[in-house]
Design a protein around this ligand. Structure first.
Ligand code: BEZ
Ligand code: FE
Length: 322
């Protein structure tokens, strides 16, 4: 192997990009070339290994359909989706997002001015936000099939300075108690099961009923599944509920809450767990609160606030790169 040639070819490919009109595209392609060439120089793949890699990527593309994105799944299991998500998010680490107020008590006068949490951290979108969530009233049950452990999710949507955000939108989706999204079981679950689009009330409060979610495996019947098996990795995600929260004048956040104590919190197949997003689903024995939520007592209750940064907050990245 000629070291001189393997170095010169990298420079030649990078130089071939000089005419690229878009400077950012030139930067990205040049860095990609340098990193890929360095990978090849370091690992020295055989021709058969390179062919296997090409076949794997070809199969990944061929597995994509209108309802399945195997390349996104590949990016997820390699931790790239979380890297991109985190680099582009404008949130700081949160330490305490616990909602200490009673959701249905509209006379609440809790002083939120001290020890304000940072903005809610983001995490992966995932492939199952593929359908519009049905508009639901606050307090509605998004579990249309039952069979799981009933619970209440409640809290407030706040601005970074602690101001409540009335009218904030919460798009929520989760898998059934058996660990499947409605779109994965169109013959078993009604469309919209586990989904809801909620509008926070005049104090920025939200509350809804559902079942405690379960851990579930990401799809393993394609090339990404082959990769997980070849590397002796399990395909499970810890139990979670997805949220996209938006409010006027604020940067929307795509996130989850994870169920404290769930299996696989320390080995999420897509590396999406952030400590601040893990929430207790507390066993609650309070007949009067249960009546107000319209749920049988006792029940599990997850209470937390979702905090958005204002769109002009320092550190918010302009998606156009300006
Ligand atoms: C999900 O949570 O729905 C998910 C995220 C990434 C990959 C597969 C599934
Ligand atoms: Fe999910």
């Amino acid at each position: 192997m000629s070291t001189e040639f393997t170095t010169r070819i990298t420079e030649a490919v990078v130089a071939s990009l000089d005419g690229t009109a878009d400077p950012r595209l030139r930067e990205l392609l040049a860095a990609l070339t340098r990193h890929l060439h360095a990978f090849v120089r370091e690992t020295e793949p055989t021709t058969a290994e390179w062919e296997r890699a090409i076949n794997f990527l070809t199969a990944t593309g061929q597995a994509c359909t209108d309802t399945r994105q195997e390349f996104v799944l590949l990016s997820d299991v390699l931790g790239i989706s979380m890297l991109v998500e985190t680099i582009n998010s404008d949130t700081t680490d949160t330490t305490d997002t616990t909602d200490t107020t009673d959701t249905t008590d509209t006379t609440d006068t809790t002083d939120n001015s001290d020890d304000r949490p940072g903005a809610t951290e983001s995490t992966v979108l995932g492939p199952f936000h593929m359908t519009e969530s049905p508009v639901r009233e606050l307090g509605a049950d998004i579990d249309l099939v039952g069979g799981g452990e009933p619970c209440v999710i409640s809290g407030r949507v706040l601005s970074g300075d602690g101001t409540p955000l009335p009218g904030a939108l919460l798009d929520v989706w989760q898998a059934s108690a058996e660990g499947y999204y409605d779109v994965q079981q169109p013959d078993v679950q009604p469309a919209g099961n586990g989904r809801g689009l909620f509008t926070a009330d005049a104090e920025g409060r939200f509350w809804f009923r559902t079942c405690v979610p379960s851990p579930y495996p990401i799809p393993t019947d394609g090339p990404v599944g082959d990769l997980l098996r070849a590397t002796a990795r399990h395909p499970y995600r810890p139990a979670h509920i997805h949220f996209i929260v938006s409010a006027e004048g604020h940067t929307p956040v795509t996130t989850h809450i994870f169920v404290a104590g769930s299996e696989h919190l320390d080995s999420d197949a897509v590396f999406a767990v952030k400590e601040s997003l893990v929430q207790d689903f507390t066993e609650t024995d309070d007949p009067s609160l249960a009546r107000r939520f319209g749920i049988a007592n006792p029940f599990r209750h997850a209470r937390f606030d979702l905090v958005l940064n204002t769109s002009d907050a320092p550190g918010v990245r302009d998606p156009e790169g300006a």
